[in-house]
Design a protein around this ligand. Structure first.
Ligand code: C2E
Ligand code: MG
Ligand code: MG
Ligand code: MG
Length: 281
């Protein structure tokens, strides 16, 4: 009897897996089509200087709205794109689109920067640096306006390779930001061994910064670390005024989060950006 029900449970489990696999395969082919037909979108989340509250740039975040269906979040489709070899094309498209966009916004404000996420697979390709240089040339984007975000886990896959690539990118004028800083297994090794221009403190440390002394101490320490090593530091996921207050007290350089703005489609970002320009002028 027990054996029987165990077997049934196994079969149920098995059919659920089949169903999940089927859905995943369908998603993969839809994603492939979406990339080919440019059904993806790039949204832009504003980045601010904490002290002056000036809008200093944007992070490009890819969005997918399949026709007639609910949108699929990047936390779902990026890993699928990585698993099925679609991320190179997708990542290159985001980089090119965001760069073209920035160049047009720079007609209004020259100093605006664009921060673009790089997947570990793009980063591992032998022609990655070349593809970045191609985009810079093609779009005439000033290299110092481009910030590439990599995570600690991407950086640590092959430290020697990472050192080499970061050096080449920085020689071209491109800046490097360490994304989700503090969530990896050896955050300190990353900053010890690599040349990094900016730390982006992960949202998980910011969430309770005003109520949890330990989180506050960690954030304060990361900010001091970045100062001592001459890196910029940005806080991700700032949602509340009391979080901002703490970050101001700790003298964090830059902020990003829903308190200021969600990621926006290009036209809405532009409206916000132009409004911020005229109010500061
Ligand atoms: P990320 O690079 O750490 O991006 C920040 C994420 O935090 C974004 O989620 C953004 O919408 C969200 N966020 C920003 N402010 C707040 C806030 O105040 N509160 C909360 N709760 N969330 C906030 P999103 O757009 O869903 O992207 C998730 C992740 O997907 C990104 O994390 C990044 O790892 C990846 N991703 C997005 N676009 C791309 C892309 O073009 N290429 C690659 N390789 N990865 C991407
Ligand atoms: Mg990022
Ligand atoms: Mg991040
Ligand atoms: Mg994050």
């Amino acid at each position: 009897k027990a054996k029987q029900s165990g077997k049934n449970r196994y079969q149920l489990y098995n059919s659920e897996i089949c169903e999940i696999m089927r859905e995943k395969r369908a998603l993969v082919s839809e994603l492939r089509k979406a990339i080919q037909e440019e059904e993806l979108n790039v949204y832009y989340q504003p980045l601010f200087d904490l002290k002056s509250r000036e809008l200093i740039g944007a992070e490009a975040l890819v969005r997918w709205f399949p026709k007639g269906k609910d949108s699929v979040p990047p936390s779902v489709f990026i890993p699928i794109a990585e698993e099925y070899g679609l991320i190179d094309q997708l990542g290159y498209w985001v980089l090119r689109t965001a760069s073209e966009q920035l160049v047009s916004w720079q007609n209004t404000k020259q100093s605006l920067i664009m921060s673009v996420n790089v997947s570990y697979q793009q980063f591992g390709r032998s022609d990655f640096v070349e593809s970045v240089r191609n985009v810079l040339q093609m779009t005439k984007m000033p290299p110092h306006s481009l910030h590439l975000e990599i995570t600690e886990s991407t950086a640590l896959i092959n430290l020697a390779h990472t050192k080499h690539i970061l050096h080449q990118l920085q020689m071209s004028g491109v800046s490097i930001a360490m994304d989700d800083f503090g969530t990896g297994y050896s955050s300190l090794s990353c900053v010890k061994d690599l040349s990094i221009d900016k730390l982006k403190i992960d949202r998980s440390f910011i969430t309770n910064i005003s109520t949890d002394e330990r989180d506050a101490a960690i954030v304060k320490t990361i900010i001091a670390l970045s100062r001592n090593l001459r890196m910029k530091v940005l806080a991700e996921g700032v949602e509340l005024p009391e979080q901002l207050e703490k970050l101001a007290e700790f003298e964090c350089d830059e902020i990003q989060g829903y308190l200021f703005s969600r990621p926006l489609p290009a036209d809405q970002f532009e409206a916000l950006f132009l409004a911020s320009q005229s109010s500061s002028a």
